[in-house]
Design a binder for this molecule. Sequence first.
Ligand code: FPP
Ligand code: MG
Length: 297
Amino acid sequence: MLLEIEKKIASFIEQVDSSFVQELFAKIQHGKMLRSKLMLAICPKHPDIITLCAIIEMIQIASLLHDDVIDEAHIRRGSPSINAVFGNKNAIMLGDIFYAQAFLKLTSFDRNIAQNVAECVVRLSRGEIHDVVMGNSFQESKERYFSMIEDKTASLIASSAKSAAILANLDSEKYYTYGLNLGIAFQIIDDLLDVFGDEKKLGKPAMSDYAEGKTTLPYLLLYQSLSQADKQKLKSYFRISSMEAKEWISEKMQEKEIFEKTQDMARFFANKALESIEGENNLKLEEIIKNMIYREF
Ligand code: FPP
Ligand code: MG
């Protein structure tokens, strides 16, 4: 099924009718297709599900193409990013093509699905803009962090689950809530991996979030457990990429058991996701949660 989705994306990009676009497209590494797996688990049979999955994956690809330009990231999924190889202008325009072509295909879907996906892209963009603004200074508010990751990451996962549920004639709100909480847990684990993960498995340098200006949950939890003097020290390392900063932060993260505390938060949201689909009898959705929470570190 995932292969069929990849083929559908390729055919949608072929329809753009540009050999240069094809050349750029060939350099994009396929991801884990979490959103498609989720949608197929909710709606495995509908004849339009492959197209809907392709649309969602294309929006996801578009957002990452733009995000790598914004973050000035040169590595994506262990390979050079499109902006690194072809420059920012091409990466942005390729993102626009993915985004616009996805929306063109979305117009043939039920109005509820189209509206829900379109609203989600607004949220996605709002999340990204808040992420950038928040990166200008050290952040102390967990509320702002949660609201930003809900927009930036969880909204597309929630919207994917809801769209698939609409297509399958299920109670779409339950699946939306499932997706939203899964998305929050997913981002928390991602933020945790940045601090504690292995560079090879991450496909990017470890501990890069804080050096890039992202005060993620592990840092928020660390900050609130530090003495006044250490709080200032942590703040002084904001946006600094040095061995000294990394070593000090790692040590404090260990000492204050931030790994466990952050993981507990991810589990809290994962359980909320499970609660929302109680009685729906969908073992695959339960498995998706378990696999995500126990991702390798
Ligand atoms: C990755 O965040 C970025 C996102 C999940 C969303 C980015 C959204 C936009 C750029 C707006 C989308 C607009 C359109 C038109 C589709 P990250 O930098 O924390 O994660 P990373 O480590 O994977 O880069
Ligand atoms: Mg990024």
